[in-house]
Design a protein around this ligand. Structure first.
Ligand code: SAM
Length: 210
């Protein structure tokens, strides 16, 4: 088995464990960070750039009113953060990732047309360094959701996008039913599902008004 497919299995196992038992993340964090630091230099060439963000972008099209403050969690090399910034020219966008080398690569990829509105930071999604209600939009592309922290940093009425480039075949994947159940429990509503074959995305809205 190649190192990459071993890594994908680890990513799926970690996702399954952490979605059920977020407190066990501390046991898996170092290995996850090590894996993505190692992958960072080749990340952009490993993924299919044509379709990678298609489900995320399909969900972005339905976000109304436009967000002023957005967070892309597990941003990797930053592609989804740039997609938010281009879609919403008034938005300030943060891309956050656990892996320092991913963030270095994301800063390197920062394009001139959005420079000044997008910043990249090292942060752990299980314990974010942001105040309650800091964002009107939180997006995750192929990233493990930490529901408590997402709920905390989203403003009332804020939007959440959870997208998977390869649908159920994505190594980091959470079934839509599970996402809906976890989010409904926290008062999220207005769910919309998107399919871009093979990509899938879920859009949800936190209770309250922006
Ligand atoms: C599969 S990659 C996806 C990267 C990017 N969103 C994309 O779609 O290309 C998952 C990313 O999430 C990051 N990550 C995993 N767990 C994290 C956590 N708890 N907090 C922040 N980032 C995390 C990894 O370092 C990695 O860059």
């Amino acid at each position: 088995m190649s190192l990459i497919s071993l890594g994908q299995r680890f990513a799926r196992l970690t996702t399954n464990i952490v979605v059920r038992r977020p407190r066990l993340w501390f046991l898996l964090r170092r290995l996850m960070r090590f894996q993505f630091d190692r992958l960072a230099p080749q990340w952009d060439s490993l993924r299919s750039s044509d379709t990678a963000y298609a489900p995320y972008e399909a969900a972005l099209e339905r976000v109304e009113p436009p967000p002023r403050r957005a967070l892309d969690l597990g941003t990797g090399t930053g592609g989804a953060a740039l997609a938010i910034a281009r879609r919403f020219p008034e938005a300030q966008v943060v891309g956050a990732d656990l892996a320092e080398r991913m963030i270095e690569q994301a800063r390197h990829n920062l394009a001139d047309d959005v420079r000044g509105r997008v910043r990249f930071e090292v942060a752990d999604a299980s314990k974010l360094p942001y105040e309650d209600g800091s964002f009107d939009l939180v997006g995750l592309s192929n990233m493990i959701p930490f529901f408590g922290e997402i709920d905390r940093v989203l403003a009332p009425g804020g939007f959440l996008i959870v997208a998977f480039s390869g649908g159920a075949e994505t190594p980091i994947y959470v079934p839509t039913d599970r996402l809906r159940a976890e989010l409904s429990r926290r008062g999220f509503a207005d769910f919309a599902e998107f399919s871009t074959d093979p990509g899938t995305a879920l859009l949800a809205r936190k209770a309250g008004r922006l």
